[in-house]
Design a protein around this ligand. Structure first.
Ligand SMILES: C[S@@+](CC[C@H](N)C(=O)[O-])C[C@H]1O[C@@H](n2cnc3c(N)ncnc32)[C@H](O)[C@@H]1O
Length: 827
């Protein structure tokens, strides 16, 4: 408190007053000072230690939600003088190998060992919320207390009230500093200020700094430069897991990896602008942004924790003894005259026990940071400067084969084969019209099939290509889209054409979250794109939609069932498609082939899912076989759950994605169990309140939730027309009866002999079904009987009869279907 008060004074530029114990009145209020803590100002290191010990943040900071992209950030509420301690990056200290990298892992080296502060658990501390900036106002130093390193942020310059506290996470290549990280999959990574498609970093930009190499004197600058403090003060080590995570598939959305692989420079600054200005500011209220952000975070956290989490207890048991015997004394010794109260000591002790006792055992373990290191050490290949070849991936993989682990060798082989399988033949498939993604076997090269290696047939072979991805691979593969375009432009051939088809198809599928019909885009539809677009623009569009219409191009592609589905294309995608059509003559693509992605010497088109599969393999995803267009489209529908879409919105979304809503509705919304659970809760609450008698005789379905979503699509069909009508339960009931009678009236139609769909039911089955039908009927009769007897007292007799009719009617309707020829039924 005293230190804080002193800080406040210093911040309002009254350092001299701070040398006396007394009261200081200044606009903001009265502050009590402690002379001993002041002088020129409290020593920042000591200040840091005090706060570390007390495990509390300063009161001159606050967290604020910035936007859905950045999430929360930390802001100064008062002026902070250069050099001051700001906040601790508090979390659980772990050996690097035992840390599951995520957005809240901070990796660093201390005493030649690599550690990480895992701040993934939200303990209310502010340090974990400090965002990255390449031009930061704070920097991280390691402050050692009892030989336990703590990460503390210090002001690099004076910081004004209201300014966001930032530090440099380290490394050029943080996702949000790039133009390619926009709106794709994880919109929580975007930097408002960065230029699109910046040049790859030079080595000096990204080389990892090591402890103590720079600014050592800054550590000793404090006004109480005791020997202990100097020794304990270590230098900033700007290795954030963010840097590592983008290179490890475990933490980076695999989608991002693929995206990076195929479209290094695909997204433009316009795209950024749209995402930021329109999507975030126009469409979403801050509350919605916050909601989405939290959901996004939760999903990411779930993802992170679903991995091979090393439980803390294990560490505790290993290290309990050492922790207990050493810590308290060391604490007192090393902190010196600093007053760490018992509680603080205890807290630190607990932290130790539940987290780690540092053991020099990390050597040799695979450390996620190595990926970051390799990223920083390797310069990215530039498509423009080097011969561009899609074989980059193969080369990398081939290089890896020189030192493979047992598992990796077969995996790498698979991946290589999938690449080598030559896009031309590998992409092609007889069934180019199949909308759903085929099974794995369909995509895997022959060598991957069960029959491939007899001797190993008992051993379960790992399916994935690699267990991790090095930055080098990603970076080398990143400009594939540009490379493919360049290659086709300069040396048109069937191969370069196939390469561009591959990356473009994969891009479009990912961008649209669609199934296979992208591959069936015709040259005609491409040529007619502007027309299609113009016809769609109307006054009815929302602001957001208008912006999207201006920026993107929509092409209508006909599904195999005949419906036209829209495909959205970025300008870069259009460029690639134009190039493909322009060069097709030179690449042996027949004039009679109508498809934009037409195969050379054939009238078929390449398959999108295969393209996706190849890209997934080549980008080194951990589970490339899981990256299917089906999953991508499900992804968006799953995410739509947080929006709690209304029926008509849901239908629109489903239509766009090409989903059959009745099959997939579980992906769009909370599971059906959720409202049921809510109803049960409501019932329990009613029991608790003693008002359950009001519910007597009601079934769970009768309990009405405030915002209940009706799940039945058949209901949607009838009920959507008059939503208000639905709100009245009695009216619904009547409507149901009405529908039933309508159905009964239309029933004879089902046996219409003119029905164009033949009844293919074999006679035997027919008989079977008839007997089943009888069985059903008798069951339903029994049920009716039961339900009639169970009917609550006090209900109008007529209603009971109607209910009975309703149930009987339905069961009859269902059971008579086979007789009538199921495919012609109205059901
Ligand atoms: C330690 S957390 C920082 C707090 C985070 N903003 C939050 O709300 O939880 C690191 C994560 O914040 C986001 N982030 C940090 N700096 C950013 C920046 N300059 N632009 C966009 N996102 C940033 C990234 O998602 C990063 O993985």
């Amino acid at each position: 408190m005293i230190a804080d008060a002193a800080d406040w004074l210093i911040r309002i530029k009254l350092p001299r007053l701070a040398t006396t114990l007394g009261y200081c009145l200044k606009e903001v209020g009265v502050f009590v000072l402690n002379v001993s803590a002041m002088g020129k100002g409290i020593n920042p290191i000591l200040d840091a230690k005090q706060h570390v010990c007390a495990r509390r943040d300063k009161s001159n900071l606050e967290s604020r939600f910035i936007n859905v992209i950045k999430g929360y950030g930390v802001f100064a509420t008062t002026w902070i003088e250069e050099g001051r301690f700001i906040v601790e990056y508090r979390g659980v200290l772990r050996e690097a190998g035992q840390c599951i990298p995520d957005a809240y892992s901070y990796y660093f080296i201390y005493n030649n060992t690599r550690y990480c502060i895992d701040a993934s658990v939200d303990d209310g501390s502010l340090g974990r919320l400090v965002n990255d900036d390449s031009n930061p106002n704070a920097k991280v130093k390691i402050i050692s207390i009892s030989r336990i390193p703590h990460l503390c942020l210090f002001a690099l310059r004076d910081i004004q009230p209201g300014e966001e506290i930032t530090y440099d996470y380290g490394g050029y290549d943080l996702p949000w500093r790039r133009g390619t990280w926009l709106c794709m999959g994880n919109p929580s990574h975007l930097d408002n200020n960065k230029e699109e498609c910046e040049e790859p970093p030079s080595e000096s930009d990204t080389t990892e700094q090591t402890i103590g190499q720079q600014d050592q004197e800054e550590c000793t600058e404090g006004t109480t430069p005791s020997q202990t403090v100097n020794e304990e003060c270590e230098e900033e080590v700007p290795v954030r897991a963010d840097k590592a995570t983008q290179t490890t598939e475990q933490n980076t959305s695999v989608e991002q990896m693929i995206w990076k692989y195929i479209s290094y420079q695909c997204l433009t600054s316009e795209h950024q602008r749209i995402c930021e200005n329109q999507l975030l500011q126009i469409q979403l209220t801050p509350a919605t942004q916050q909601k989405l952000f939290k959901e996004d975070k939760r999903i990411n956290e779930d993802r992170a924790t679903s991995g091979q989490h090393v439980p803390d207890v294990e560490l505790t048991s290993n290290n309990e003894e050492a922790s207990e015997s050493q810590l308290p004394n060391q604490l007192t010794d090393e902190v010196g005259n600093m007053e760490c109260n018992e509680e603080a000591e205890q807290q630190i002790l607990e932290q130790q026990q539940t987290s780690m006792e540092v053991e020099p055992s990390v050597e040799g373990q695979s450390c996620p940071v190595s990926a970051a290191q390799s990223m920083s050490e390797e310069e990215q290949p530039k498509c423009q400067d080097e011969p561009c070849q899609m074989q980059l991936a193969e080369q990398t993989q081939a290089g890896e084969q020189t030192q493979p682990s047992n598992n990796d060798s077969s995996q790498t082989q698979n991946a290589t084969q999938s690449s080598e399988a030559d896009q031309e033949s590998y992409l092609s498939s007889e069934d180019s019209n199949d909308e759903t993604v085929s099974s794995d076997e369909e995509f895997l090269p022959d060598s991957d099939s069960d029959t491939d290696s007899d001797e190993d047939s008992d051993i379960e072979k790992p399916k994935k290509a690699k267990t991790s991805v090095t930055s080098k691979e990603i970076e080398e593969q990143a400009p594939a889209a540009q490379c493919a375009m360049k290659e086709l432009r300069e040396t048109p051939s069937a191969q370069s054409y196939a390469d561009l088809c591959k990356v473009t198809l994969a891009q479009i599928l990912m961008f649209n979250r669609r199934h296979g019909e992208v591959s069936q885009m015709t040259i005609k539809s491409l040529q007619e794109r502007d027309q299609a677009q113009a016809s769609e623009i109307s006054e009815a569009l929302t602001e957001l939609e208008k912006v999207f219409c201006e920026e993107y191009c929509k092409i209508l592609v006909r599904q195999k069932i005949g419906a036209l589905v829209p495909i959205i294309l970025t300008p870069d995608m259009i460029n690639a498609l134009m190039l493909l059509t322009e060069k097709r003559d030179q690449c042996s693509v027949s004039k009679s082939n109508i498809y934009v992605f037409g195969q050379p010497r054939s009238n078929r088109c390449y398959r999108g899912e295969n393209a996706l599969r190849i890209c997934a393999n080549e980008c080194g995803a951990m589970n490339p076989d899981r990256l299917t267009s089906t999953r991508f489209s499900r992804h968006i529908s799953t995410l739509s759950q947080v929006l709690t879409l209304k029926n008509h919105e849901l239908k629109k979304l489903a239509k766009f994605i090409g989903h059959d809503i009745s099959l997939r509705k579980e992906y769009y919304r909370q599971t059906e169990a959720t409202p049921r659970l809510a109803k049960i809760c409501k019932l329990i609450l009613a029991i608790e309140k003693g008002s359950a008698t009001e519910m007597l005789g009601q079934s769970l379905d009768d309990i009405v939730l405030p915002d209940e979503i009706r799940e039945s699509d058949s209901e949607d069909e009838y009920f959507e027309e008059d939503d208000a009508f639905l709100k009245d339960r009695e009216a619904r009931h009547e409507l149901a009866l009405h529908l039933l009678s309508k159905k009964k009236m239309t029933k004879p139609k089902t046996s219409n002999k003119n029905c164009s769909v033949p009844d293919l039911t074999p006679k035997k089955q027919h008989n079977e079904s008839t007997s089943k039908e009888q069985e059903n009927e008798s069951t339903s009769k029994q049920q009716d009987k039961k339900s009639t007897t169970e009917e609550p007292k006090g209900k109008p007799a007529q209603e009971q009869t109607e209910k009975k009719k309703l149930k009987t009617g339905y069961s009859k309707g269902i059971s008579t279907l086979p007789n009538a020829g199921a495919t012609c039924a109205e059901w």
